[in-house]
Design a protein around this ligand. Sequence first.
Ligand code: NAD
Length: 513
Amino acid sequence: AEEFGIKQALKDLGLNDVNNGTSTGKDWFSNGDIIESYSPVDGELIGKVKATTSEDYEKTVSTAAKGFKEWRTWPAPQRGEVVRQFNDELRRLKEPLGKLVSYEMGKSYQEGLGEVQEMIDICDFAVGLSRQLHGLTMHSERPGHRMYEQYHPLGVVGIISAFNFPVAVWSWNTALAWVCGDACIWKGSEKTPLTSVACQNIAAKVFAENNVPEGISCLITGDYKVGEMMTKDERVPLISATGSTRMGKIVAKEVAGRLGKTLLELGGNNAIIVTPDADIKNTVIGAVFGAVGTCGQRCTSTRRLIIHEDIYDKVKDAIVSAYKQIRIGNPLDENNHVGPLIDKDAVKNYQHALKKVVEEGGTILVEGGVLEGEGYESGCYVKPAIAEAKNDFEIVQHETFAPVLYIMKYSGDVSDALELQNGVRQGLSSAIMTNNLREAERFLSTEGSDCGIANVNIGTSGAEIGGAFGGEKDTGGGRESGSDAWKVYMRRQTNTINYTTELPLAQGIKFDL
Ligand code: NAD
């Protein structure tokens, strides 16, 4: 780690050997168990974070609720100015934060920097948005009346995030929620607790400099039990949860039971359709990056390739040969394409998938396996694998969060490929590779892809912050980041004002006294 300057990065980010995992912005405190964070890169202990107890949580949520009452009265552009300054700090600390993301999570350093860039981009977006939190005006049916709608801050927003985007998902939520006037409590992944502390340090410093009330950026730390404290809490009107479908189903039920709101960003099972009119070179780049980038641990990773029978062998051979070029190793070393999986449990899931696909009748085209020896001491490095499979195999229907790509054949036209693509429970990202306008338009039509993201001539993986991000079905239906995703962080109010001396009733009702 030292040759890549990790110690300096930790110092730049204000991290200690043992850190408190609970913060209300001004105060750091924690009385829970110690969580040790080991790097999947080299198996070394990076640091420790003290978890949040229920008493710590109580103090956090009451501080957030109190802070909200003041924060909501700040003009939105002033809140935007705080986010602008927060963004300046992110720009200044981009390298150490990107490095820590890479070292604690295992994605490549370039992807770590890219993740921080996403934070920067969403903050830019939020600053502009702080002057555009607009409603509509509409014409009243009653004479001398004016009608309009407006958006008010919602309250305390609970954010639960996954390990694979340990910092960006927090900022997608907070940058918008803050300009909308909300207080945020973040429970990051217990697998990446140090990146959470680092982010909270950055926010706390800027917020203190601007006299932002305490509690507007809060951090709590721990596993699902700490998450449950928020999902069960009526003082938290919105829970934005990113993670597995299994988690989303539990959270959705819990929050719905108290009539709270959820924004769910859950698992994907993303496919690329490759038609006879596809550009093969671009297909290979898009598919290989989509399947092996971040070691297959993106919610938008390419899991399935649905290839037309006429070009099946050609595409298959090109992809299998491209896999031979992949360099697996320390993700901080920019020569490597693929780093480790997050932990040994993830390695087990990967091995299980490869075993299961063969049991179900699949054929391995590119052999997987766990790497051993020098540089692979953490035991988390695996070889990206490809299997020929059928869409209805149980394992293909399931999201395995690892670099396992399933390829399958279709005959007929795009509708036949769409049957396969849409024939899974998840609905996050999808893509078609074609130079045929009719095929592309059909893919994007009402009868086309049922996913929240549908791309033409680019892969499934990654997204820009300007568009709303999320997916349908088992992916949870939430949308965050760009477009009008900000509306979920506010409450909508319809207002009617009578400026006459009469009181006409709606629908022409007469009520004479
Ligand atoms: P996970 O579901 O194991 O954990 C995610 C978070 O939920 C963690 O912070 C965890 O502590 C918390 N959690 C788990 N159970 C909970 C409960 N009952 N109550 C409250 N909180 C609970 O997921 P993971 O392994 O960290 O991440 C991988 C998954 O996340 C994949 O399925 C991936 O597709 C998905 N993901 C989706 C998106 C998206 O935007 N759609 C983005 C990133 C990751």
